[in-house]
Design a protein around this ligand. Structure first.
Ligand code: PA5
Length: 444
């Protein structure tokens, strides 16, 4: 179950501030359902969960099994929406110290999301010592970071296994027809999956972009999809406004934004959820930050960051609000031990669960931040498993679509991402960019 509590945020707003959004939210939901909104060629994510078939999940699991049998490590090459979802889910579900132990599943590594020479050199150094496979993920099939990385990885994989055997452990997830990744996959005979045309990168975690790496890591993608399917029903337009967590979350964040709260901080109290923050920042930042508008999405890991960013949150400029993702039940059980000498004075906690201490830290922080003028939204999930992560993913996606429309932007494009690419290509002398190269040189 996903539970949304807005009481400690609503107290900062006028009594009717949320209710005022009921009609605009209904209009946004209608526009999304009917495909009449801005960006309506990218609405494939909306009914994606309910359209995933058992046969499709079986195909994902079959490919995952091949990679599991043949590889000690699998590198996911992708950037932005082509890796953040998989990394978020795998980190949330995996044993944090699993990489130090023997595992029956391959180690999942992420690359193609940066151009760090040392990062890539060190990755290659490690891959030379293991049997590895590649999942090359790029919707456009032409993203520079991913393409450079894939070129390096393909070369090494073919050196290790020979071209024919390498082709059995390289999988492409890309467009049905366009782009270099598609051309290469077809030419080399790689197993490939299609990213639907109408699903943008940041909404693609429930396509093979996310599902394949998650399955290779040994997690239950059917349960993940079931969670998303159930949330698709729980956030449908016919669900009453105040019972629809996506509708209410979209409404309150826009109400706070209109009230001068320009920054939303997504906070977690579980280190495993660090990458939920990274995925969520892309989802909301790329969807809403345009036309000179948009809440700036930031994230913190608590209680860790209470010892760094805590001061700013408590006491800095009052333009922020906080959304806390909380996990009700831990998957393990650990108690504070008793100590005869009690030198640290902690015997009052002896025998109590670590999670109780964490929950009291969360509660104490909430009250302190509210006292400090920070509206607090709380989203809790019952436990950290595939089903609940699936619910959370779809809740955030649906809310993002609604919220972007409330803000009157196109939530499904990302024109701003192109600016750096044009300059980089001009500076690197890419054929076809000669005019830009001349212009940019004049500015240096
Ligand atoms: O959300 C998006 O559309 C982007 O973040 C893309 O996912 C990212 O730029 C990677 O693009 P591609 O999958 O085409 O390589």
């Amino acid at each position: 179950m996903v539970t949304l509590d807005i009481s400690k945020a609503a107290q900062f707003l006028s009594a009717d501030a949320i209710a005022k959004f009921e009609a605009p939210v209904a209009a946004a939901q209608k526009a999304l359902e009917e495909g009449t909104c801005k960006g309506n060629d990218f609405l494939g994510w909306m009914h994606l969960p309910s359209n995933i078939t058992p046969e499709f999940i079986a195909e994902i699991n079959d490919t995952a099994k091949t990679l599991q049998q043949e590889c000690d490590a699998v590198v996911v090459a992708g950037i932005g929406g082509s890796y953040l979802g998989a990394r978020m889910v795998i980190d949330a579900l995996a044993n944090t110290f699993g990489w130090l132990q023997e595992s029956k599943y391959p180690r999942i590594l992420f690359a193609g999301n940066n151009i760090g020479e040392d990062y890539l050199s060190e990755l290659i150094g490690y891959l030379k010592t293991v049997r590895f496979g590649i999942i090359n993920i790029s919707k456009s099939g032409t993203t520079t970071e991913t393409a450079i990385t894939f070129r390096l990885l393909k070369t090494l994989c073919e050196q290790q296994r020979g071209k024919e055997e390498a082709a059995k452990v390289i999988v492409a997830v890309t467009d049905a027809k366009r782009g270099a990744a598609r051309v290469t996959a077809d030419k080399e005979g790689y197993k490939s999956f299609i990213i639907p045309d109408n699903v943008g990168g940041r909404f693609s975690v429930l396509t093979p972009v996310g599902l394949l790496p998650i399955a290779v890591a040994g997690f239950d993608v059917a349960a993940l999809v079931k969670g998303a399917q159930d949330m698709e029903a729980q956030t449908a337009p016919e669900v009453p406004f105040m019972e629809n967590p996506a509708a209410v979350y979209a409404a309150i964040r826009n109400a706070l934004y209109q009230d001068g709260k320009k920054i939303e901080i997504l906070a977690n109290y579980q280190p495993k959820l660090h990458n939920l923050g990274e995925w969520w920042k892309q989802l909301y930042g790329e969807s809403e930050g345009k036309d000179g508008k948009g809440i700036f999405p930031a994230s913190v890991d608590l209680t860790t960051d209470l010892h760094s960013m805590g001061q700013w949150i408590q006491d800095g400029e009052r333009t922020i609000f906080e959304t806390v993702v909380s996990v009700e039940q831990p998957n393990t059980c650990l108690e504070v031990p008793s100590d005869e000498e009690n030198l640290d004075g902690l015997n009052f906690l002896a025998g109590r669960r670590i999670d109780e201490v964490n929950k009291m830290a969360e509660l104490g922080t909430k009250l302190a931040h509210v006292d400090g003028g920070v509206p607090n939204i709380r989203l809790s999930i019952t436990k950290l498993d595939e089903y609940h992560i699936g619910q959370l993913i779809y809740m955030f996606e649906r809310a993002c679509g609604i919220s972007g429309l409330l803000l009157e932007v196109n939530p499904f494009d990302q024109p701003g991402v192109e600016a750096y690419k044009k300059n980089m290509f001009a500076l690197l002398g890419k054929p076809g960019y000669e005019a830009e190269t001349e212009a940019i040189k004049a500015r240096l």
